[in-house]
Ligand binder design. Structure first.
Ligand SMILES: NC(=O)c1ccc[n+]([C@@H]2O[C@H](COP(=O)([O-])OP(=O)(O)OC[C@H]3O[C@@H](n4cnc5c(N)ncnc54)[C@H](OP(=O)(O)O)[C@@H]3O)[C@@H](O)[C@H]2O)c1
Length: 167
């Protein structure tokens, strides 16, 4: 069951950025997962208000789906893109508007990191060691140097590390 109040992490990662972000980039799998769970039409009456707010935020944004296979993306204000990642991102950056979030999943996040396309990183360190599967930072072909912008400690022991790419 979802918490009634948003966590500090949720506030930092999402609520604090509702005004400054208007585009979200997804890999196809994450897009399909989000459409299934976070569309306003999928919300349940018992869901807390902050999840409704999140769904409305997503549906206000332009949703950009990277996919070579998807034929249509009917959820919200979505469009499908394919082709060279760097060229596509350069084009998207030139569109008028606000900040862009890459919401994932790990495959597309890793492509951004590897290609040096991310301006900023928000890294959440949880006070547990657990897990398996794909990593955001997989094998890197070159060094990516980061400049620390901020550190926030949170009530459950999490650390939010906010970095900017040093270019
Ligand atoms: N906040 C979170 O915790 C969070 C956020 C997001 C996702 N996730 C999780 O991450 C998992 C999915 O991640 P994933 O890494 O497996 O998949 P993903 O990155 O969401 O999607 C991979 C797909 O994106 C498309 N794609 C990626 N790069 C592309 C490019 N350069 N050009 C064209 N298409 C490109 C391809 O789609 P086609 O096969 O259609 O070509 C590829 O199969 C899910 O389990 C989801 O729940 C978690």
């Amino acid at each position: 069951m979802e918490e009634e109040e948003p966590s500090e992490f949720w506030k930092q990662l999402w609520i604090s950025r509702y005004e400054s972000v208007d585009k979200i980039i997804f890999g196809r799998r994450s897009y399909e997962g989000h459409a299934e769970v976070h569309a306003v039409s999928k919300r349940k009456p018992a869901d807390p208000e902050h999840l409704y707010d999140y769904s409305h935020f997503l549906e206000r944004c332009k949703l950009i789906v990277f996919s070579n296979t998807l034929q249509k993306a009917p959820w919200g204000n979505s469009r499908i893109v394919k082709g060279d990642l760097k060229e596509l991102v350069e084009k998207i950056r030139k569109e008028p508007g606000k900040d862009i979030i890459v919401e994932g999943g790990p495959a597309i996040a890793h492509d951004f990191i590897k290609s040096g396309l991310a301006d900023e990183y928000r890294i959440l360190v949880m006070p547990v060691i657990y897990g398996m599967g794909p990593h955001y930072w997989g094998v890197m072909e070159r060094q990516e140097t980061l400049k620390l912008i901020g550190v926030k400690t949170m009530p459950q022991g999490e650390l939010l590390l906010h970095y900017r790419s040093a270019r």
